[in-house]
Design a protein around this ligand. Sequence first.
Ligand code: FAD
Length: 278
Amino acid sequence: MSHHSFSIEFFPPKTTEGAEKLRATRKALAVIEPEYFSVTFGAAGSTQAGTRDTVLEIHGEGFTAAPHLSCMGRTRDDLRAILAEYKSRGIRRVVALRGDLPSGFGGSFGELHYASELIEFIRAETGDWFHIEAAAYPEMHPQAKSPQDDLRNFARKVKAGANSAITQYFYNADAYFRFVDDAAAMGVDVPVVAGIMPITNYSQLVRFSDMCGAEIPRWIRLKLASFADDTASIRAFGQEVVAKMCERLVAGGAPGLHFYTLNQAAPTLAIWQQLRRS
Ligand code: FAD
C-alpha cells in the first residue's frame, strides 16, 4: 500500500463532560498516529475560546494540533491577535477557511471575504511560520458559479500560500480523483488530502450533506433509509462502504485521509482497522 498520512478533526466541546469525552476519544485515536489533530472554529455556535483551549490542551499533550481559523465576520485585528497567540504558544499549523454566514445574513461580512484573502493575510503577518491547509471541494462548493470557477478559486488559495488541502467529504471517489487531476493540470501540485465522514447516523448525514453540497449516492441513501432506526446495521454498512472507498483512495494515490470524527473514536477506528487489514 502506498504511503499516506492520517489526520483527525474535532469540534470544541461545550461542556466539561464533552471535554472529558474528547480526552478519551483522543487517547483511543492516538493509535492511528495522526499527523495532527485539528479543531474547528466558529462552526455550529462554538466559541473562539473553545477552539483555542482545545488546541492548547492537545498541543500540551505533545500532539501536533491545528486550529481552524475562518475570516467570516472577523476584522483583521481579531485575526492578527488570534494568530499572534497561536504563534506565541508554538502552534505551527492552521486550517484556513472563509467560514459560513449564520443563516439570516444576506451578504458576507468581516474584512476578508474569501479564504484566499485570509491565507494571504496569514502569510503577510506571520511569514512561513504556519503550515496552512485550505479547503477543496471535489463536488463543487455549493456557492460556486461552476466547477471550473471553484477550481480556479482553489488554485488561488494555493497561490496565496496554502501548503496542502483537505477536501469536503464525499462518497464518490471518482469526484476526488477527477478534482486532483484537474488541479494538477492547472499546475496546482500541493497534496490534496481526502476528507472522510464516517457514516453513523442517517438523518444527521442527510442534513449535513444538503448544507455542504456533498452527494450521498442514491444506492447508499436508499440502503441507509431501509435500515430505519436500526443503528447497528447503519453503522456496519456505513463502515464497509466508507472503508472500501478509503482503500480505493489510498490505492489511487491519495496522500492522506482526514477524518471528520464528530468527536467519536469508534467509527474512525473501525475504518482504520479495516484499512489496515486490506
Ligand atoms: P472559499 O475558498 O473562500 O470559497 C467560498 C466560495 O467562494 C466558493 O464558492 C468559491 O468558489 C468562491 N470564491 C472564492 N474566491 C472567490 C473570488 N475571489 N471571487 C468569487 N468567488 C470566489 N467552517 C467553519 O465555520 N469552521 C470550520 O472550522 C470549518 N472547517 C472546515 C474544514 C474543512 C476541511 C472544510 C472542507 C470545510 C470547513 N468549514 C468550516 C466549512 C467552510 O467554512 C465552508 O465550506 C465555507 O462555505 C467555504 O469555505 P472556504 O474556505 O472553502 O471558502
